[in-house]
Design a protein around this ligand. Structure first.
Ligand SMILES: [Zn+2]
Length: 323
């Protein structure tokens, strides 16, 4: 059998892992005691998820920045559809999903509007940054409403796409390393980011620092508590993927926010617009996808409370503790 040409791109190297992170480390409780949750073998290489006694779930060994530099700029990230991967690493077809994403972000903005107004009723002075701004659809929607919104993204490909498609401003690089002033932002937003951050301490401390006192920190996450799809699918559940570093349920997320100086204000269901093709890929039901495609129904969009994912609205209550 000949070696597939994508072999090099789909195999991370040993230096892509943080060898200082281990079963002796838990950033949340400081009293690490891990048990193995799943050993994943159905991707191109094996990896493990472990759960600490405090409820936090992490991948071990932990992928590091080098892993993400490689991953976010590789074709396995943008499109499993194009690389022909059966198991979805990043996105099924990122750029093809833009219309669905724009609809999701319009819905999200409508729901979040009142929290932004509570900071600045006419948005004339409201400064927002979205970390992991991706294709730029949320920045576009916020910008149309009059908010000074900019993106921060580690992927140059996404930044280019966002600039070209929507004319929005995006800084390429890691948020922690970008030269923003302390207290520069009234709001920091992240969608589908928190589960891909290898160093949560560095990341959440930086967010706290760059926010004004009382500023909003808004993020979504997939809740694994009482999650029926996760209990049914077990290690096939879509969260157990190579680039997922940490998995949170609601109590663990609230505890994390509190630890880094944020106070939860509200939580809402994160309704998403997804097309049928993507839904069945996430569910690993490729046979269903083939049927839908044959019937030409695969691009039908549905708005649903997927995953189930929640959006937390928190505010900066104090400076993050020095850790
Ligand atoms: Zn712990």
């Amino acid at each position: 059998m000949t070696e597939p040409t994508t072999a090099e791109q789909t195999q991370p190297k040993p230096e892509y892992y943080d060898h200082d992170d281990s079963d002796n480390v838990c950033f949340l409780c400081g009293e690490p005691k891990y048990t193995t949750r799943f050993e994943i073998t159905h991707y191109d290489f094996p990896f493990t998820f472990k759960e600490c006694q405090c409820g936090l779930v992490k991948q071990t060994p932990m992928p590091n920045e080098k892993f993400f530099e490689w991953f976010f700029n590789s074709s396995v990230f943008y499109s499993s559809h194009k690389t022909g991967k059966k198991s979805i690493w990043g996105y099924f077809d990122y750029f093809g999903e833009e219309p669905s994403r724009l609809r999701s972000d319009k819905w999200r903005f409508k729901k979040l509007r009142k929290y932004f107004e509570s900071i600045d009723p006419d948005f004339s002075k409201l400064k927002l940054v979205q970390i992991g701004s991706g294709g730029g659809s949320f920045l576009h929607v916020a910008g149309e409403a009059g908010i000074d919104a900019r993106g921060s993204d580690v992927s140059g490909g996404f930044a280019d796409f966002a600039r070209k498609t929507y004319g929005v401003a995006v800084d390429v690089g890691r948020f922690e390393e970008t030269d923003y002033a302390d207290g520069e932002f009234d709001a920091v937003i992240l969608f589908n980011v928190i589960e891909n951050v290898p160093n949560q301490v560095e990341f959440l401390t930086a967010i706290n620092k760059k926010l004004k006192p009382g500023g909003l920190f808004i993020l979504n996450y997939v809740d694994t508590r009482k999650n029926m799809i996760e209990s049914m699918q077990k290690e096939k559940y879509f969260l157990y993927r190579p680039p997922v570093t940490y998995i949170f349920d609601t109590p663990v997320l609230n505890r994390t926010l509190e630890k880094f100086g944020f106070e939860t204000v509200d939580t809402i269901h994160d309704k998403r617009t997804l097309n049928l093709e993507k839904i069945f890929t996430l569910l690993s039901m490729n046979w269903m996808q083939r049927i839908l495609k044959a019937l030409r129904l695969h691009k039908i969009q549905l708005r649903l409370w997927a995953y189930p994912s929640r959006v937390v609205i928190a505010k900066k209550a104090r400076e993050a503790d020095a850790i």
